[in-house]
Design a protein around this ligand. Sequence first.
Ligand code: GLA
Length: 390
Amino acid sequence: MQCEEKFAEIYGRDPEGMSFSPYRICPIGAHSDHNLGKITGLAIDKGIHIAFRPKQNGVIEMVSLQFPKRAQWHIREVTEKAGDWADYLRGATWALSKLYPLSVGLCGVIEGSLPIGGLSSSAAVILAFLDALCKVNRIRLAPMELIQVAYDAEKNYVGVNVGTLDQSCEVLSQKDHLLYLDCKDNRFELIPQSPNMKPYKIAIFFSGLEHSLAGSKYNMRVDELRSGVYALQAFSGAEYGKFNQANARDVPFSVYQAYKDKLPVQWMRRCEHWYTEFQRVEAGAEAWRRGDLETYGKLSFESGWSSIHNWESGAPEQIRLYEIMRETDGIYGGRFSGAGFKGCCMALIDPDKADSIRESVERAYLTSYPEMKGRYSFHLCVSADGIANQ
Ligand code: GLA
C-alpha cells in the first residue's frame, strides 16, 4: 500500500501496525439519524488505511496522502481546533482520552482509497485512527463504544451536528447484509441478502467536487428541521423542553400532518423529507427482506428526489448525475451519497451492465460538465464487513 511505502520513506523503517475503516453508503435514510430516525446502509470494500508505529513520548504525528502538511499534537494536550484536516483526529484523541487515560502516541500515514465527499471519509478516518490509538494504548472498545467515541469527536469537537449513521455503518455492517438501524435506541438488524434477490454491485460516481461537511449547509438544514419540529410541538399544545433536545422522532406524523401548513415553507420541506424518509426506510427494509431489489432501488431514487426538493441539498453537478442515473438502463436505484453537499452519487446496479452504465453515465455527465474531465470518476464496489466484523 502507498501509505506503507510513504511511512518507510519518511521514517526509514516499516510501520508496526495497520488499521482500516471502510466507507459507507446509505441508499435510504438520509438525514434521519440526527433527529433519531431510522436508516439503512452498508459498508463498502474501499476505505481508509493508516500505517503506524507507537511513539512512547505521547506525541502524535500524522501525514495524509490526500492533504498537505504534517500535523502534530500531544495525547494529553489536545487544544483548540486548528481548522485543518487533522481536526477529526485531534477530536478522536480528545474523545477517547475522556474515557481512557492515554500514554502512548503514534506516528502514522493515512491513505484514502477514493476521492473525498459522500462516503463518510470523516467518520472512517476517525474510526481508523481510533483503532490505531487503541492498539498502541492496549485499549479494547466494544462496537457501540467505538461508535459513540467517534460520534463524540465529530459532533462535539469538530462541531458538525451529525447523527450516528456513518459510524454505525462503518462499524456494524456485514458483507451481503443490509444494516437497518433505529437511531433512537441503537437497536439494529443485519438483514441478509435473500437467495431470490438479484445480484447487484455498488457504483460510485464522483462529481469531481470534493467537500467537507464542516463548511457546508449541513448544520443549517438540521436547525431548520429542528425549528419545524419545535413549532409543531407548540402548535399542537405538546409539552416541550430545550430547543436543542427537540427531535422529529418525538413528534408523531399525525401532528405533522395536522399543523404542517402553519410552518414556514422551508421548515415544512425539511420536515416533509424527514417524515417521508422514515416511511421509505421502513418500506425499504421490508423490500430487502423479501429480496425485492427493484422496490428497494426505487425507494432510493425517491429518497434522492426528496433530498433535492425537500432537504434542498445537492450541487447542480450532483443533481445532474442523479438525473442521468434515473435514465440509465441497469440502475436499480440511487441518490446523492451522504449529506448531499458536493461529493458523489451512489447506485445499486446490475453487475452485467456495469460497463455500459460506466460509459453512458460518463458520456452524459461530461457533456453537461466538460470541465469535470479528469476530476469525475467511476468506481465499482461491493458490500463489505464493518470494523466489528472484520
Ligand atoms: C452525513 C452525516 C450523517 C448523516 C448523513 C446524511 O454523512 O455525518 O450523520 O446525517 O450526512 O444522512
